[in-house]
Design a protein around this ligand. Sequence first.
Ligand code: CP3
Length: 334
Amino acid sequence: MKVLEGESLAVPPLWMMRQAGRYLPEYRQTRAQANGFLDLCYTPTLATEVTLQPIRRFGFDAAILFSDILVVPDALGQDVRFEEGRGPVLEPIDPARIGEFAGKDVLGHLAPVLETVERVRQALPAETTLLGFCGAPWTVATYMVAGSGTPDQGPARKLSMGEPEAFDALMDILVEASTRYLVAQLRAGADAVQIFDTWAGVLDEEGFKRWAIEPVRRIVEGVRAEIPGAKVIAFPKGGGARLKAYAEATGADALGLDWSVPLAAARDAVGGLALQGNLDPMRLIVGGAALENGVRQILEAMQGYPHIFNLGHGITPDTPVAHVERFVQLVRGG
Ligand code: CP3
């Protein structure tokens, strides 16, 4: 929270995107008790348990609510399933019927997730930050339109160009639902929230302004209208040369950086705004010198600057737990 206020700390705070997940044996064990992945997200006792697991094991400085970005389309009434070995599967939307997603009781549907936030806040040590999150409208829309993950987000890119009014209507619905959802998470006990825009980087210049920057700007504004000073981290993966414009326009308190971003350039671009990232998760899989060098380079580049140590994207299931232990030691000067 200090870094989000613009303070630079001698040892940066540390957490990892997807820190609760399949690389942890205790996660796999809890996961097996649930009736599928969404059931895990909607069962407060189990979701609380998996949120806390990486904190117990590694002592990260922040916990992130265990849930998924696709609970929002689920709450809007789209059919969302997670299939073993295939990832998310949704009933692709009909552009002519986007209006049917409006006016849904999103917070009623997500009440179990908000209960998880309350439970986690009560169970966490006071010094551990609790992060809530949602997906950015653009990234969530890529799944809603295609019905699954895609190599190039082609279906959403085509719809956004071919039927921009329909796409605007979808963005409006997602902006409203996401704003209310983040406000509710902050009221339930989240200290700050992160907006994940995993697929921002595939947009062209016009698309980036209209579908990545503008919806996130509106969410940040809407959240702060309800909760003045609310702290928001935005993660526009692949934002690259557009980070300066993104930071200025969205008003986020910190930007998450993927591993392709040169840190010196990012520091110059955002002028004092906190930055989060950006170790390539592959270095965590490989371990050894690859991990040590990666961590050292980031620590050096970000010295004296408000920085939250993290990966440049989520940790993957094939990461050895011992490498994560070493990673924590390295970041903390060991
Ligand atoms: O970071 C955390 O630990 C909090 C929990 C979290 C999950 N997903 C848990 C999860 C968060 C913040 C997310 C975000 C998310 N979900 C994003 C944005 C960030 C990113 O990683 O790009 C996206 C695009 C999704 C959509 C999603 N969820 C996909 C594509 C998949 C399948 C891929 C896979 O790894 O299987 C998921 C499933 C998912 N979400 C898992 C976890 C731990 C694995 C599911 C399982 O346990 O079977």
